[in-house]
Design a protein around this ligand. Structure first.
Ligand SMILES: C[S@@+](CC[C@H](N)C(=O)[O-])C[C@H]1O[C@@H](n2cnc3c(N)ncnc32)[C@H](O)[C@@H]1O
Ligand code: SF4
Length: 392
């Protein structure tokens, strides 16, 4: 039975870029603000067995999604702290992926790293294994602040990791957080200056959010900057980076020309992606619909599911009526939004599905008044979650 008829404008899956996300769910220890699927690594961690299961799950997902004939444009090894892996395991993972599905010659291969697990030899090993972009979680360059947010490294450790990143990678990102406990605008200005001096091609500045269920969510730290102070910090970051040639292209993402993160851009433009590992997400399009998989989050349960012959994940088709929200949730994070035509190409729905809401949001000045684009205005970006929810 085919449900293809249910699309008003059936998408062409082979024209949708395909990525791969691999999740490594362990860290040295859990940071108190973090709600990613991560936990302290056990003493005896069998990375060989984890990589074997990643590849078994990938094989089955490629089959289930019917994407064997497509080409991977980007790969992202995220976490957790994937820099806990040995370069040998990373090499085996990347070779194993390439043995199962075609990988583009210019594939962007990113790996996340924590400065507490970094040294130059290790980074060189990752580079030799096929990683060509590193994303380093610096968070702050103030030792007292790093202590307050429970990081495993101090400021000099972060600086050493930045030097190691620069020695091994031409293309690297640094993650910072701001509006951190006890942080002042002047301190943050100093960090921005160091970030601009670091040789990074991409910078991410995330405002600290207190996530429910985390240690900080339950018991907020003292001396948090208030909303006005946080907004002032965000404005300062944006203008300083712009002056230095880093364009803000996403809510928290800044890049030098040509250095936007292609993997994340594929998420935000509602592209397709395979996803393997504990807690990993996948999304793909075929003639029957748009599908999602959500991986079991607990590593031992994920492993048991894979050993039983599955992908370790729960699969579901996204109901057609949910597609507009899912599309906008991603697209509106981009400062320039997306071309209007991509709504139809990626969701299989006509723009008439969102026309009334779109009209209202344009009239309210939350979305750009441009029929050729779907984009938030600067005001819309500031109230992004309200804007996204309008499409629910
Ligand atoms: C999965 S972590 C990747 C890096 C690595 N695990 C590390 O922490 O060094 C992704 C990034 O999200 C940001 N982040 C995590 N939790 C956050 C929160 N509660 N508020 C704001 N940013 C957060 C941090 O900048 C972090 O580097
Ligand atoms: S190291 Fe990164 S992923 Fe791990 S707990 Fe800390 S912020 Fe989360």
């Amino acid at each position: 039975m085919t449900h293809g008829r249910r699309f008003a404008h059936p998408p062409h899956p082979e024209a949708i870029p395909l990525s791969l996300y691999v999740h490594w769910p362990w860290c040295v220890r859990k940071c108190p603000y973090c709600d990613f699927n991560s936990r302290r690594a056990p003493k005896l961690l069998d990375e060989e067995a984890y990589v074997d299961r990643l590849l078994a799950a990938l094989d089955r997902q490629i089959e289930a999604a019917g994407v064997r004939g497509r080409t991977l444009r980007t790969i992202f090894i995220g976490g957790g702290t994937p820099s806990l892996m040995t370069p040998e395991a990373v090499g085996r993972l990347l070779e194993g992926a390439a043995a199962r599905i075609r990988v583009a010659g210019d594939c962007e291969v990113t790996m996340e790293a924590n400065p507490g697990t970094a040294d130059a030899a290790r980074f060189a090993g990752f580079r030799a294994a096929g990683v060509n972009r590193l994303s380093l979680g610096v968070q702050s360059l103030s030792t007292p602040i790093l202590k307050r947010i429970g990081r495993i490294h101090d400021a000099d450790g972060a600086r050493a990791a930045i030097r190691a990143a620069r020695s091994a990678f031409e293309n690297f990102n640094l993650d910072f957080m701001f509006a951190l406990p006890g942080q002042t605008l002047e301190e943050l200005e100093g960090e921005v200056a160091e970030a601009l001096d670091s040789g990074a091609s991409h910078l991410s500045f995330y405002q600290l959010t207190l996530e429910p269920g985390t240690a900080f969510g339950k018991r907020p730290p003292e001396a948090l900057p208030d909303e006005d102070a946080a907004a002032e910090m965000g404005d300062m970051v944006e203008s300083r980076l712009a002056r230095a040639g880093f364009e803000r292209y996403e809510v928290s993402g800044y890049a030098k020309p040509g250095r936007r993160c292609r993997h994340n851009l594929n998420y935000w433009t509602f592209g397709d992606y395979l996803g393997v590992g504990a807690g990993a997400h996948a999304k793909w399009t075929n003639s029957e619909g748009v599908w999602r998989e959500a991986g079991e989050r607990v590593p031992s349960r994920w492993a048991a599911r894979v050993d039983a012959g599955g992908t370790g994940a729960v699969r579901r088709r996204i109901p057609l009526e949910d597609l507009p929200f899912e599309f906008m949730l991603n697209a509106l994070r981009l400062v320039d939004g997306v071309p209007s035509g991509s709504f139809r190409d990626r969701t299989g729905l006509g723009l008439d599905a969102v026309e009334p809401v779109l009209g209202r949001l344009r009239a309210e000045g939350l979305m750009a008044d441009d029929p050729g684009r779907l984009a938030a205005t600067p005001r819309g970006l500031r109230f992004l979650s309200d804007l996204q929810e309008a499409f629910l």
